[in-house]
Design a protein around this ligand. Structure first.
Ligand SMILES: NC(=O)c1ccc[n+]([C@@H]2O[C@H](COP(=O)([O-])OP(=O)(O)OC[C@H]3O[C@@H](n4cnc5c(N)ncnc54)[C@H](O)[C@@H]3O)[C@@H](O)[C@H]2O)c1
Length: 467
């Protein structure tokens, strides 16, 4: 089965970059990415690729190369589904905010809507690919909905979870550690698996394309994120011990990461993990385990989230206790708002929760992030619903100049590991701050000794404060 036309439902952080790379690597396939969000599609179609809605290094060039040739962004969802041989579902699957499973289960409302829409408009056989991260056994729900169309169309469902990391999405897509494809063991199911394998094998070595059954594939994505987040929470737990024992968390990381059984990656202590996936996917795993009555399993994974919340809270508390136990009316400068460097994505960013904690203490915040807009900062704080948005607007300012952000502040807090922060003129920043001037480095990216020599009091995650 040779795929000629692909439709991808959802033009977000996954759908956009993933389809851009498929279009680049497979110029003979027509790829149409559709979304209900008109502004998002308009931004993907902006003639200036600097304005596409997802910031990822290298993505603009790929979009510029393929767009209009075999890559299209559109709001005509029905038409694109109808024409396609293969439909990727790449819509959001956030944590439920209502009803049964509230706060833990994945909200599959958008997935079900996609399935019903595909069922309604399809007139030819199609391969449906789950690209969104989904609870294990979702494919059976999709199958159930799709097999009741009454028009004898054959739908094959595949699970093809995405493992890209924001900030390195293009690199990850061009050279993935592995591509995972789960499918039905029947001959038709295996033919569908082969069709997707053929697409990826255009640029991914075949030994890196893993095929499994549907349920293993669905569960592997949740498991992968749970393991990654668990490493962050594990090293963060150790960072707190380091701070009271004069051990240095970087030295501990290096020592344990040199063991080939452990490995060096993802062992960097920080103010806490964020992003749209880790927390949501672990909560989902916890919910699934509880649903099956596996309470010990659920409690085990839940602890990863509890530790992460603790890390964000204790960072905020450190700021407060250092500033003589009150931050009321004091200006605190935030460098960074995105959940990690090289992305404009702020979902579940640690900065939001640290800010919320400080705002509860009536701090005045000034925020600078190289890629995040002022509107996004206010939206993130308002979304928490902790206080009136007018109050957020009066306590928080967002500037486009890091020196302006830091001017007149009592403390600078580094919340995102943007490379440029280290290259700032820290003497100039110090000269324009109130004294004693504090730096709270939540990402351990600054040169502590240099800052101390200037006169700063420096707190770094995972290191005992000596000043
Ligand atoms: N962001 C990541 O780093 C990442 C990595 C791997 C997997 N995932 C998973 O991929 C999925 C998508 O994540 P994302 O970050 O791209 O989300 P996103 O919110 O950026 O994008 C989802 C898009 O789907 C659109 N949409 C929703 N319902 C629709 C419908 N019925 N028809 C058309 N469009 C519709 C929304 O308007 C939105 O633009 C999630 O399940 C997520 O867990 C995300």
């Amino acid at each position: 089965m040779k795929i000629k036309k692909i439709c991808c439902i959802g033009a977000g952080y996954v759908g956009g970059p993933t389809m851009a790379v498929i279009a680049k690597k497979c110029p003979e396939i027509q790829v149409t990415v559709v979304d209900l969000n008109k502004e998002r599609i308009a931004a993907w179609n902006d003639t200036d690729v600097n304005n596409i809605p997802v910031y990822e290094p290298g993505l603009g060039d790929i979009v510029a190369e393929a767009r209009g040739r075999n890559l299209f962004f559109s709001t005509q969802v029905d038409e694109a589904i109808q024409e396609a041989d293969m439909v990727f579902i790449s819509v959001n699957t956030p944590t439920k905010t209502y009803g049964e499973g509230k706060g833990q289960a994945a909200d599959l409302k958008w997935i079900e809507l996609c399935a019903r829409q595909i069922a309604r408009v399809s007139t030819t056989d199609k391969i449906i690919v789950e690209k969104s991260t989904l609870p294990v056994r979702t494919a059976s729900t999709l199958k159930d909905i799709l097999s009741h169309t009454g028009n004898n169309i054959n739908f094959q469902i595949l699970s093809n979870p995405e493992f890209l990391a924001e900030g390195t999405a293009v690199e990850d897509l061009l050279s993935p550690d592995r591509v995972l494809i789960g499918g039905d063991p029947s001959p038709k199911g295996q033919a569908a698996v082969e069709a997707l394998v053929e697409i990826y094998s255009t640029w991914v070595p075949t030994e890196r394309i893993l095929t499994t059954n549907l349920w293993s594939s669905e569960l592997s994505k949740l498991t992968a994120n749970a393991f990654l987040a668990q490493r962050v929470s594990s090293i963060n737990a150790i960072s707190e011990i380091c701070e009271v024992t004069e051990a240095d968390v970087n030295e501990v990381s290096r020592a344990i990461g040199s063991d080939s059984r452990v490995g060096p990656k993802f062992l960097k202590a920080s103010v806490g993990f964020g992003g749209s996936c880790f927390q949501k996917d672990i909560l989902n795993l916890v919910y699934i385990a509880r649903t099956y009555g596996l309470n010990e399993v659920a409690n085990y994974w839940e602890q990863v989230i509890i530790m992460n919340d603790h890390q964000k809270r204790r960072f905020a508390k450190k700021v407060i206790s250092s500033l003589y136990n009150t931050v009321s009316g004091k200006k605190i400068a935030f460098l960074g708002w995105a959940f990690k460097k090289d992305t404009n994505d702020t979902r579940e960013s640690a900065a939001i929760y640290v800010a919320d904690h400080l705002l509860n203490e009536n701090a005045e915040l000034s925020v600078f992030d190289p890629k995040v807009t002022a509107q996004q900062v206010y939206t993130d704080l308002d979304y928490l619903g902790t206080r009136e948005s007018t109050k957020n607007a009066s306590l928080v300012t967002v500037t486009k100049d890091p020196y302006e952000t830091c001017k007149g502040s009592h403390a600078v807090a580094v919340l995102t590991e943007w490379d440029e922060f280290n290259s700032y003129d820290w003497q100039k920043i110090y000269d324009n701050m109130l004294k004693p001037a504090y730096v709270f480095d939540g990402r351990d990216i600054l040169e502590t000794e240099k800052l101390k020599a200037i006169g700063f009091r420096v707190y770094t995650i995972g290191k005992t404060q000596t000043q």
